[in-house]
Design a protein. Structure first.
Length: 333
C-alpha cells in the first residue's frame, strides 16, 4: 500500500510504502481467532442445550414410563427425583395418586370381604328362620289346644317377627310392616322384661304404605333396650313415632334410659352419618354392625337424601331420628 502527502511549505511529497501482507496478517489472524471462538461457543451452546433438554425430558419420559406401568396394573411404581422443580412436584403428585389408589383398592377388597362374610352368614342362617317359623306355628296350635292364651300371644308376636323378617326375600317393606315388626318385637321383649319395659307407638296413617329398607328401625330399638332401658333402674319407656314433616318422613326412636355421654353420642352420630366405614367395625360386633347396617341401607336407598339426628343426655335418655325424603317414596296401591 502506497500513500503520499504534499507539504504546503516546501512542496515536497512524502511517500510511504507499507506491505499489505504485514498489515492484513494480524487482521486475518484476528479473524481466525474470532472464528474459532465463535465455533467453540456454538459447540458449547449446543452441548449445553442438549444437556439441559435431556435434564428436562428425562424425568418426563421416566414419569411417562411409570404411568404406562401403572396402566398395566403395577401399583408399586414410584417416581424418584432429587430436584425441586415442577416435574418433581408432578412426580410427587403421581406418587400420592398411586398411594391413594392402593388405599381405595384395599378398602374395596375389605368391603368385598365383609360383604362375602355377611352373605355367607345370611346363607348359613337362612334355614333357621324357616325352621323356627314352622316350629312356632306348631307350638302355637299346641298352646291354643291347652288354652294358654299368654303363650299364644307371645308365639303370635314371635311368628310375626319371623314372617316380616323373611318378607319373601324382599329388601323393602312398607312402613306398616315395619311398625308391625317393631310392635311384635317389643311385645316379645316386654314379655321377657315384664314391668321393666313399656312402649308406645304413634304413626301417621298416610305414611303406612311407603316402602323403606327392611328392618331399618329394629337396630335402633334394640340399641335403646340393651344400652338404655336395661341399664336404668326402674321402668323404662320407649316411644316410636313416624310422622310426615314437610317433604320428609321422620322415624324416631326415643327412650328414657341410661343415655350417653358426649363421646359416645358423637361416635354414634358418626357411625350413622359418615360415608366411610369405621376401621373397628366387624360383623361380630352386633351393636355397631347393626347400626352400621342401618346407615348402609339408608345410603343405598336414598344416597345423600337422608339425615340422622342423635340427641342424648346421660341418665336422662336418648333420641334418634331418621329423615327420609317423601318425594322418592314408592307407594303400594
Amino acid at each position: 500500500m502506497i500513500r503520499f502527502k504534499t507539504s504546503e511549505k516546501t512542496g515536497w511529497k512524502t511517500v510511504s510504502v507499507i506491505s499489505y501482507e504485514e498489515v492484513m496478517g494480524d487482521f486475518n489472524r484476528m479473524i481466525g481467532i474470532f472464528s474459532g471462538i465463535l465455533l467453540a461457543t456454538l459447540l458449547l451452546v449446543q452441548y449445553l442445550s442438549l444437556k439441559m433438554s435431556d435434564n428436562i425430558t428425562r424425568p418426563i419420559k421416566q414419569l411417562r414410563d411409570l404411568m404406562k406401568e401403572t396402566e398395566d396394573g403395577n401399583l408399586t411404581t414410584r417416581f424418584e427425583s432429587d430436584s425441586e422443580d415442577e416435574i418433581a412436584d408432578l412426580g410427587m403428585s403421581f406418587n400420592h395418586m398411586i398411594e391413594r389408589i392402593r388405599e381405595l383398592l384395599e378398602r374395596v377388597r375389605h368391603e368385598e370381604d365383609l360383604k362375602r362374610k355377611a352373605e355367607l352368614k345370611i346363607v348359613q342362617e337362612q334355614f333357621k328362620p324357616h325352621f323356627l317359623y314352622n316350629t312356632l306355628d306348631t307350638i302355637n296350635w299346641m298352646a291354643r289346644e291347652h288354652g294358654a292364651r299368654d303363650i299364644v300371644n307371645l308365639v303370635d308376636a314371635l311368628t310375626n317377627v319371623f314372617r316380616i323378617s323373611l318378607s319373601h326375600g324382599n329388601s323393602f317393606i312398607t312402613l306398616k310392616d315395619e311398625i308391625n315388626y317393631i310392635s311384635s318385637y317389643l311385645y316379645v321383649q316386654k314379655t321377657r322384661y315384664e314391668d321393666k319395659l313399656l312402649f308406645e307407638i304413634d304413626a301417621d296413617e298416610d305414611c303406612m304404605q311407603v316402602l323403606v329398607p327392611k328392618l331399618i328401625m329394629q337396630p335402633l330399638v334394640e340399641n335403646a333396650i340393651y344400652h338404655g332401658i336395661k341399664l336404668k333402674r326402674g321402668t323404662g319407656h320407649i316411644n316410636i313415632s313416624v310422622h310426615r314433616i314437610e317433604d320428609s318422613i321422620c322415624m324416631t326412636v326415643e327412650d328414657d334410659g341410661k343415655g350417653m355421654d358426649d363421646n359416645t353420642r358423637e361416635s354414634l352420630y358418626k357411625l350413622l352419618n359418615e360415608t366411610q366405614r369405621p376401621e373397628n367395625i366387624s360383623a361380630d360386633d352386633n351393636q355397631s354392625f347393626g347400626l352400621f347396617y342401618v346407615k348402609e341401607r339408608l345410603q343405598q336407598r336414598y344416597r345423600d337424601g337422608y339425615r340422622v339426628e342423635v340427641s342424648s343426655t346421660l341418665d336422662v335418655g336418648s333420641r334418634i331420628s331418621i329423615y327420609i325424603p317423601s318425594d322418592e317414596e314408592k307407594v303400594i296401591n
